[in-house]
Design a protein around this ligand. Structure first.
Ligand SMILES: [Cu+2]
Length: 261
């Protein structure tokens, strides 16, 4: 653990996590509904330079997920010149959460990104919800997401899940890019909260491929309303997929429970 300074006025103690590489650390604290984060480099200075450009693999991605996988927040905040970035927790219900910061530093060569973690608790009564079984049809804000076919998923093996999304008027949903992708597929494993994240982009878009060891996967959407989501998760178990896209100014999040052998 590192000693921390400069986090006065906090209602919750700051937490620090050190990734496997023991190089970068995350300073995280929240006060009320505001989460404040900073990445500290091995030399003790804040990380301020991130990958930029089109596509989703830029900057920092902040994901805050409740431990029972019933609530999630996903934002790509702007990082200040001092390395500080923030996210509002105001939409999240009470309970224990895991914070994942997926980091795309500038000048990264071998692996484009890495993750840092923290935990936080939003005050209030928490009754964990059991994970629902897979429902292949999910309705979110009047939009219907349908998963076609029966998924046969295995750890470390890239596979695709085919979804269609229909608007409340029955027409195919027209996706608009959000945080550099037509859709984001965020995966968490129940219990351990292992994490993986893939994207769906227009055919031929650059910077959309997710890598896990030697395996890669790129999701595509070639027709309105259709999402071919690449799945590539590190270990077997029961996973929750949060499929997110933006349609007509709404950000929609559709959850699906997946068994991975
Ligand atoms: Cu994403």
């Amino acid at each position: 653990m590192l000693a921390l300074a400069g986090c006065g006025g906090s209602s919750a103690p700051p937490s620090v996590s050190v990734p496997a590489a023991h190089t970068y650390s995350l300073v995280s604290h929240h006060s009320g509904s505001l989460l404040t984060l900073k990445i500290v480099q091995p030399d003790g200075t804040p990380l301020t330079k991130f990958k930029t450009g089109s596509g989703p693999h830029t900057g920092v991605h902040v994901i805050v997920v409740r431990r029972d996988l019933s609530a999630i927040l996903h934002v790509h905040p702007h990082v200040g010149a001092d390395g500080v970035f923030r996210a509002s927790l105001s939409t999240l219900p009470p309970g224990p959460y895991r914070v994942v910061v997926d980091v795309y530093p500038a000048n990264q060569t071998v692996q484009p990104n890495f993750q840092l973690f923290a935990n936080l608790r939003i005050a209030g009564r928490y009754a964990p919800k059991p994970l629902p079984p897979l429902q292949r049809r999910e309705t979110v804000d009047g939009f219907t997401f349908i998963l076609h076919g029966v998924p046969h998923l295995r750890a470390i093996q890239p596979a695709f899940l085919h979804f269609t999304v229909t608007a409340p008027d029955g027409k195919s949903a027209a996706f608009t890019p959000w945080f550099g992708a037509l859709a984001h597929a965020i995966f968490f494993r129940t219990g351990s909260l292992d994490y993986f994240h893939t994207h769906v982009c227009a055919p031929g878009a650059a910077g959309c491929t997710s890598i896990l060891g030697a395996a890669k996967v790129t999701g595509t959407s070639s027709t309105a309303g259709r999402l071919d989501v690449g799945v590539l998760v590190p270990v077997s178990g029961t996973w929750r997929l949060f499929l997110q896209c933006r349609v007509g100014g709404h950000v929609l999040t559709a959850p699906f429970t997946l068994r991975v052998e």
